[in-house]
Ligand binder design. Structure first.
Ligand code: SAM
Ligand code: SF4
Length: 472
């Protein structure tokens, strides 16, 4: 494993975030840079973190909305999380799965249970999942890769025998691996590998991750996605758990992390996640959180990250309530989950109208079904996407970024959103959603780049005639 230089200079970042609010002229300059869509440096990012006055904040939000619209259009990509086990030998103070939490019910999905969970996810209409693992001898690279292979093989068919349910992209959220183990996981055909640093602030990191645990090693985690790149995983996802330390420190650090990956591998993170700490079963930590992030600050976090790394996917989960989600999607989020269950066996329990809080990692804020979330998005003219084309055509890592920048998202992602959403309408949606969805597709279709309108129209017709899995 290569030795990397620590890219988090705590005292430098502390200095940056203690600066005063930028003057209007300075803000204009930063926003003008952001509009060029080449990203922002940590120094400019820190200045934005100190904006307070409502007028200036409105300018920030307006810029974030317009960058989001320019790059991503009105498309939102869907995924579902699948928790494979909740055995963990770490002791993160904020997490219900920590080893010392003896009240939590531990379980690892059997093969039959895995099939049942995946089929229920497919039945909702999902095509993309993230498999989540604790850190334990039960989740070595071999188990992760075998689970991935098994999930790809699970299919569901309609009454005329057409394959309508399959998982087409599997991402992973698990503990850091070493280079060889990343290779093993990569060989199973994964999309993104996520590791969240939780907090980039070293003192805080030490407090919440005991030293005698594997996660207690700050630098192992800090460089874990550099190591993933060495192991051939070119789509990596970074993240911070907001509420552990000053959110401004974490935002600037995320940008430093993105830059370090870009410097070393020519490509930054594929995605950034910004979960806020949620109440968790038998976990007192959440009752005294001096750095708890308010909804107003959460909006700032998303808008600032959107400006600082315009082409990186931003992931928002069901930890947040429907109201918060509806609002921050406009500011820059590109991927969301829906219909999620985060207990081990949670989809099966939900199907039986049960819920065991003692198997869940934390509490969810948005428990609407996938279709309810889609109905809400359609009302705002968003087009839901189940697209997995880039990863399947090898448009990942550096190749993805090269193509993403000159308007690629518009020419591929928008038609593919329409095609995969249409599949959803044909196979899973209730009549009223079908009506609204078809209306939206018909309205948006002529607005695609001229050279792809006809091809997209033809593919939509082929889907209607029973073909599946078509993309550009
Ligand atoms: N065990 C692996 C790890 O910690 O990297 C991956 C799985 S862990 C279940 C996934 C993420 O959940 C963690 O990285 C952390 O950011 C988040 N998490 C843990 N406790 C949480 C809580 N109480 N509220 C919200 N998110 C939480
Ligand atoms: Fe384990 Fe991850 Fe929870 Fe920490 S956050 S206790 S590593 S599952």
């Amino acid at each position: 494993m290569t030795a990397y230089q620590d890219f988090i200079d705590d005292s430098y970042i502390e200095g940056l975030i203690r600066a005063k609010q930028p003057e209007p002229a300075e803000l204009k300059e930063i926003l003008a840079k952001a509009k060029l869509k080449r990203g922002l440096c940590p120094e400019d990012t820190a200045r934005l973190c100190n904006l307070q006055s409502p007028d200036l904040l409105n300018e920030l939000f307006e810029t974030a909305r317009s960058i989001k619209k320019d790059i991503y259009g009105n498309r939102i990509v869907f995924f579902a999380p699948l928790y494979v086990n909740n055995f963990c030998e770490n002791n993160c103070s904020y997490c219900a799965f920590r080893e010392s939490n003896t009240l939590v019910a531990r379980h690892s999905l059997s093969d039959c249970e895995l099939v049942e969970e995946v089929k229920l996810i497919q039945k909702q209409g999902h095509k993309r999942i993230i498999l989540v693992f604790g850190e334990s001898p039960l989740s070595p690279a071999q188990v992760i890769s075998e689970t991935v292979r098994k999930v790809y093989e699970i299919k569901t068919y309609n009454e005329v025998g057409t394959e309508i349910g399959s998982i087409r992209r599997i991402n992973i959220n698990a503990a850091p691996l070493d280079v060889e183990d990343y290779r093993i996981v990569k060989s199973a055909g994964i999309g993104t590998f996520q590791v969240f640093q939780e907090t980039y602030h070293k003192e805080t990191y030490k407090k919440v991750h005991p030293k005698n645990t594997r996660k207690g090693d700050y630098h192992r985690r800090l460089f874990s996605l550099h190591t993933a790149q060495e192991g051939g995983i070119d789509d990596v996802g970074i993240g911070a758990l907001f509420g552990l330390y000053d959110w401004r420190f974490e935002v600037v650090s995320l940008i430093c992390h993105a830059r370090s990956l870009e410097e070393h591998f020519g490509v930054g993170p594929h995605t950034i996640s910004f979960p806020r700490i949620e109440p968790a079963f038998n976990t007192a930590f959440v009752n005294h959180m001096p750095f708890k992030v308010s909804d107003d600050d959460f909006k700032k976090i998303i808008a600032i990250i959107r400006l600082a790394v315009p082409y990186t996917g931003l992931i928002l989960t069901c930890r947040e309530t429907a109201e918060v989600r509806n609002e921050v999607i406009k500011l820059g989020v590109s991927q969301i989950d829906a219909g999620s269950r985060i207990g081990i066996g949670g989809y099966t329990e939900a199907a039986k109208r049960q819920r065991s809080a003692d198997k869940e990692q934390f509490r969810l804020g948005d428990d609407r079904s996938l279709n309810e979330v889609i109905d809400g998005l359609l009302a705002e003219e968003y087009i839901p996407s189940f697209c997995t084309a880039c990863y399947r055509l090898g448009r990942t890592g550096e190749h993805f970024m090269e193509q993403a920048k000159p308007g690629f998202i518009k020419s591929f992602c928008e038609p593919n959103a329409m095609l995969t959403f249409y599949e959803y309408l044909l196979d899973y949606a209730p009549a009223e959603t079908v009506r609204k969805g078809e209306e939206l597709i018909n309205r948006l279709l002529p607005g695609l780049e001229e050279r792809i309108v006809e091809t997209t129209r033809q593919r939509l017709a082929e889907l209607k005639n029973g073909r599946r899995d078509l993309y550009l």
